[in-house]
Design a protein around this ligand. Structure first.
Ligand SMILES: Cc1cc2nc3c(=O)[nH]c(=O)nc-3n(C[C@H](O)[C@H](O)[C@H](O)COP(=O)(O)OP(=O)(O)OC[C@H]3O[C@@H](n4cnc5c(N)ncnc54)[C@H](O)[C@@H]3O)c2cc1C
Length: 451
């Protein structure tokens, strides 16, 4: 049987970053990626979710030298983001967080970024094996941990250090963690109930409508927590128009459904992603027809469209006593609030890979919390605060934010002086932040694992 020092399941941003870091420590490292076809990539590669935007301070969290990113990866430099509520709009032109990157952020070509991360892992000496996924993992924890991976072609790989980077579907990490959580705690993270679904289309925009330096999000237009449509500028005048929403919503359970601009009285079920995209284009650009935004069919996964699961749980700690680190989307590091996750995937992957390569995985949970804890805490708290928001709540909150907005963004503490609602929001924010201090935002703690 093949034996390696470090085996990594999944070759997305987290897995490639882990592979590079482990190989840089001199470890014999393999990254196993099942391989997904895309219209805009030759051959199989990772499952590159091409809805990619990065904020200025995320670049520091990624911990990469941005000048090394090859040409063609970054598509547009951003000056800001528009959050559009039913009647109130917030224009955010600064994140308000210190950052070494000098624009508001950028959009990027995710497949090219992933290919570059893979190249870096390979240059460092990791093997990136694509085309056959991991079917199962058996772990022998009776002495020094030893994990045996069985691939879909029946071949086996044995390793003392396992990094699980298989994304939000957790096909392999779910199995490994379920075995270590005999009390059924993994149920809380079960993908069909805990995940969102995201859908997007590549559409050519009329030149006069294309805002190349702004992201746009519409809040309070469709029901469901963390449910919103967006427009992201790509290259040329192509934009990705998409949305995210919880899986399995029942339209009859939606309170005040007439308040949601993207629902119609005749809807018998929650509209499909495709219908939502058509409705947001119609609503946002009423003088234009859908035909004015033709689908760009040679992009994305297939025919100019993409559908993805997206993790919407809080992050989990890893069973490091078993020499297992769960990273990126698989650990729930993607924010349930704004869906951003490439930055935390790359960072957690890097930390896990380095520690695996050094045979020091016990430090993983404290190191990732040190590196991305502030970001996670902020996002977990925000996601919770807006969880039950309806259209009116969005308007009210955007009004509040506009009242405290400065040139450098806004500070939540300034809300405290903005009347009763501002004081209530700020008190809720600080109370939750306190409640989730010191890693309490984790949905599973290390001592819950039976290792
Ligand atoms: C619609 C959408 C929009 C998003 N927008 C943004 C954004 O604007 N900015 C941002 O920063 N983040 C964004 N994200 C989040 C970001 O895509 C994720 O956080 C990031 O991809 C997580 O990286 P990862 O490597 O952990 O997982 P993934 O990118 O999901 O990679 C996991 C990899 O594991 C592979 N795999 C799975 N199972 C197996 C197996 N059994 N064997 C072998 N390989 C396997 C998959 O093929 C895949 O390549 C968005 C996500 C979605 C869905």
């Amino acid at each position: 049987m093949e034996h390696v020092d470090v085996a990594i399941v999944g070759g997305g941003p987290a897995g490639s970053s882990a592979g590079r870091a482990a190989a840089l420590e001199g470890a014999d490292t393999v990254v196993i990626e099942k391989g997904v076809p895309r219209a805009d990539r030759e051959g199989l590669g990772p499952d590159s979710t091409d809805a990619a935007g990065i904020l200025d301070y995320w670049v520091d969290i990624m911990d990469i030298d941005i000048s090394e990113v090859p040409d063609g990866v970054i598509l547009q430099e951003l000056s800001g983001t528009d959050f559009i509520g039913p009647t109130e709009t917030v224009q955010l032109n600064a994140t308000g967080i210190d950052a070494s990157y000098h624009h508001f952020g950028f959009t990027f070509h995710r497949a090219r970024m992933d290919d570059w991360l893979r190249e870096r892992a390979e240059d460092a000496g990791a093997e990136y094996r694509v085309g056959t996924g991991v079917r199962s993992v058996e772990s022998d924890l009776t002495g020094t941990p030893l994990h045996t991976l069985t691939l879909k072609d029946g071949s086996e790989i044995e390793t003392p250090h396992l990094v699980l980077a298989d994304g939000p579907q957790r096909t392999v990490s779910g199995q490994v963690l379920t075995d270590l959580l005999p009390g059924g705690e993994f149920e809380r993270l079960s993908p069909p109930t805990a995940n969102h679904i995201a859908y997007q289309e590549y559409r050519e925009f009329p030149e006069e409508l294309f805002e190349r330096d702004r992201l746009k999000f519409w809040w309070g237009y469709m029901p469901g927590h963390t449910a919103y449509p967006w427009v992201f500028p790509n290259d040329g005048t192509v934009a990705r128009v998409g949305l995210t929403m919880p899986i399995g919503m029942d339209i009859d359970a939606v309170a005040n459904r007439e308040e949601y601009a993207l629902l119609r009285p005749e809807d018998e079920r929650i509209p499909s992603g495709k219908v939502y995209v058509e409705r947001i284009l119609d609503l946002a650009y009423p003088e234009y027809d859908l035909d004015d935004f033709p689908l760009v069919k040679d992009r994305g996964k297939r025919d100019g469209t993409e559908t993805y699961p997206i993790s919407s749980t809080r992050p989990i700690e890893s069973p490091t006593r078993a020499n297992v680190a769960v990273v990126g989307g698989a650990m729930g590091a993607t924010s349930a609030f704004h869906e951003g996750g490439d930055h935390v995937a790359m960072r957690t992957g890097k930390i896990a890979g380095r520690l695996a390569g050094m045979d020091a995985m016990r430090a993983y949970n404290s190191e990732w919390q040190e590196a991305i804890g502030d970001e996670v805490l902020r996002n977990v708290v925000m996601a919770e605060m807006v969880h039950d928001f309806g259209p009116r709540d969005w308007d009210r909150t955007f009004k509040l934010i506009n009242a405290i907005m400065g040139e450098d963004g806004y500070k939540p503490r300034d809300a405290a002086s903005q009347g009763l609602y501002g004081a209530k929001m700020f008190a809720g924010y600080t109370k939750r932040k306190y409640g989730y201090r010191d890693g309490r935002y984790c949905q599973i703690r290390e001592d819950e694992y039976a290792v």
